[in-house]
Design a protein around this ligand. Structure first.
Ligand code: ADP
Length: 384
């Protein structure tokens, strides 16, 4: 029934929570959030519980007043959620899935045990274990990833195996890591999968991500991806297989590498709406955010077809700007047809912080790529 009488609780009040609530506004949905005082989603929530995401008591307090709970970030108090779920609270996705995803080591083991294609890897508990593990891996380069706590490329280092074996002091992490084989010249794909409590599944069109190699952050995203129909079908099939094998309910982003031989390797899964699905707000009949709202309320899944080709670029904090800021060039950008600007309402910036994004629609992929390149040139940031 709409409007729903259910209150949705969101752990985290960042941009993903903000866009989830924006998608719920036409249906007058009610949300409570938990996050720090000046969180981006704050003004949209009916109730904002001020507190940290690792505060078990606050999570329980949020749960008390909500019918269904979700989260927009992985780094939250897991045990509190497991306890709440065991006591009968509906949490989407289940914290049992979050438990696997919070730990990149458990995630890789899950892929391996479930025969989901992923790059070969080793787990190292500490720096002394690096050498014996590294020599088991093929290739010159290795992706080293902190098992816990990394995000947006932080906690990931692409390292040279020989250097690591010869120069012990160059090892970047002392905490437990996943060491995985590097996929050279990879095309990075993402498929967003939505699965509801009845087990029905939809995928959003496969997107291609272009990364800023220095920051390990999505720089541009294009939909549809420039891949063959066959690869597209394969990517979607693998992504759905991941979520089916997880028995996941919710919205999930499955990030994958495609190599020059046409092989696909699953990199990681995000148990929430994702940066690679921002464009779905304007480019698809149903956005990833509306799809999650539908799942939270037990409503039928929506049509995920692409209305038009799209590009998305993140507005990232400039290297030389810290604190109060102004994003420049937006007047010029707004004059370009088919442009949608999203600003995340963050009071201060720091280098590479996600401050907003711009989606561009057009008749062809070529057209949106050209517009996106122009926007990238024009957009800037200045210190206030
Ligand atoms: P995060 O969870 O912080 O986003 P990822 O595991 O997605 O970290 O890694 C960030 C980026 O590093 C990837 O998007 C990709 O560009 C690069 N990367 C990570 N693992 C590999 C790999 N095995 N082979 C090639 N590139 C990789």
């Amino acid at each position: 029934m709409l409007p729903s009488k259910k209150t949705i609780g969101i752990i985290g009040g960042g941009q993903l929570g903000k866009m989830l609530m924006e998608a719920g506004k036409p249906w007058n949905l009610k949300y409570h959030i938990l996050d720090v005082a000046d969180a981006p989603a704050s003004s949209l929530a009916e109730k904002h519980l001020v507190g940290g995401l690792m505060d078990a008591d606050k999570i329980k307090e949020l749960a008390e007043n909500c019918d269904v709970l979700t989260y927009e970030i992985e780094h939250i108090h897991l045990d509190a959620l497991l306890e709440l779920e065991a006591a009968g609270k509906t949490i989407i996705p289940s914290p049992k899935i979050l438990e696997i995803i919070q730990d990149k080591g458990l995630q890789k083991l899950f892929f391996k045990h479930q025969n989901i294609p992923t790059t070969d890897f080793e787990l190292a508990e500490n720096q002394t274990e690096w050498a014996e593990k590294l020599i088991k891996l093929k290739g010159d380069k290795v992706a080293a990833k902190l098992r816990k706590g990394g995000y947006d490329g932080k906690g990931v280092e692409l390292v040279d195996k020989k250097v690591m074996l010869e120069q012990y002091n160059q090892i970047p992490f002392s905490e437990p890591v996943v060491l995985e084989e590097f996929v050279g010249n990879a095309i990075e794909l993402s498929v967003i999968v939505a699965r509801n409590s009845k087990g029905e599944m939809t995928t959003f069109p496969t997107v291609e991500m272009e990364f800023d190699p220095k920051a390990n952050l999505v720089e541009f995203l294009f939909a549809p991806a420039s891949i063959s129909h066959e690869i597209d079908e394969k990517a979607k099939r693998i992504a759905m297989e991941c979520i089916f094998k997880l028995q996941g309910i919710g919205v999930f982003a499955v990030e994958m590498f495609l190599n020059s031989k046409g092989e696909i390797f699953v990199n990681e899964i995000a148990p929430r709406p994702h940066n690679s699905g921002h464009h779905t707000i304007e480019a698809c009949y149903t956005s990833q955010y509306e799809q999650l709202n539908r799942i939270l309320l037990d409503m039928p899944l929506g049509d995920t077809s692409l209305i038009s080709p799209a590009a998305m670029l993140n507005l990232l904090g400039a290297e030389n700007v810290n604190g109060p800021y102004e994003i420049t060039g937006l007047e010029t950008i707004l004059a370009i047809p088919g442009v949608y600007i999203h600003l995340y309402n963050k009071a201060t910036t720091k280098p590479k912080r996600k401050m907003g994004h711009i989606t561009v629609l057009g008749n062809t992929l070529d057209e949106v790529k050209k517009k996106a390149a122009t926007i990238k040139q024009v957009q800037g940031m200045k210190q206030l």
